[in-house]
Design a protein around this ligand. Sequence first.
Ligand code: C5P
Length: 248
Amino acid sequence: MPADRDVTAQLNARGDVAVVVPAAGAGVRLGPGAPKALRLLDGEPLLVHAVRRLAAAASVRMIVVAAPPADVDAVLTLLTPVAPVTVVAGGADRQESVAAALAAVPDDVPIVLVHDAARCLTPPSVVERVAAAVRDGADAVIPVLPVVDTIKEVDAGETVLGTVDRAVLRAVQTPQGFRAPVLRAAHAAAADSHTDDAGAVEKLGTPVRCVPGSDLALKITRPIDLALATHLLTLPDPDAPQAAPPGA
Ligand code: C5P
């Protein structure tokens, strides 16, 4: 059986979630070097950090990674010691990579999450929060943070047109979660390219619910993000069980 159809690669057999991980981008904004998901953070590729945290989420039954086509075998070799994964060849853009990975998710998995490899420090608690909201009845769920900067709309000449009310804005992270048929329908219907999967679901008129995201789920895009992430790794694990206070 070819590696890209290894649907036996399971984590928790009783889990109800498949996570699709688009990891086939070049990462040009990060500067020259390996594909972004294979850049090193504290000596390990971003993708290894991401998959380790996904595999630690109790609901996750399987992980399907879309890798750069030239690196499918190398990515399978890299990830096999971390967690059982299925690896497929990614496409020309993020949307094609998600579609390729989604095609490897069996129909009996009710919930599909889509998670960017570049958000490699996302804690398992965010994965569980998104999955729980879908299990609770939402068709589509996104983790979000409030917007802290003042946001201006500008014209082509960089002259300000107006100030946007940030109270109604949210910064959107991944994993984004979906009832599996909703995500499949959105991908089948998507004519234009979209930067996140919830965007395609919105176009079908399906409501998308927000849940709290995490500062740790930042997207590693620019060199400064790598520096930040290196520091974040030194902080205590937010999902680690808290020690009982003395005398408790
Ligand atoms: O380029 P950007 O940072 O928006 O990419 C978001 C995610 O989509 C990254 O994890 C990247 O690896 C992935 N991607 C992909 N296939 C592409 C382009 C991007 O899987 N062709």
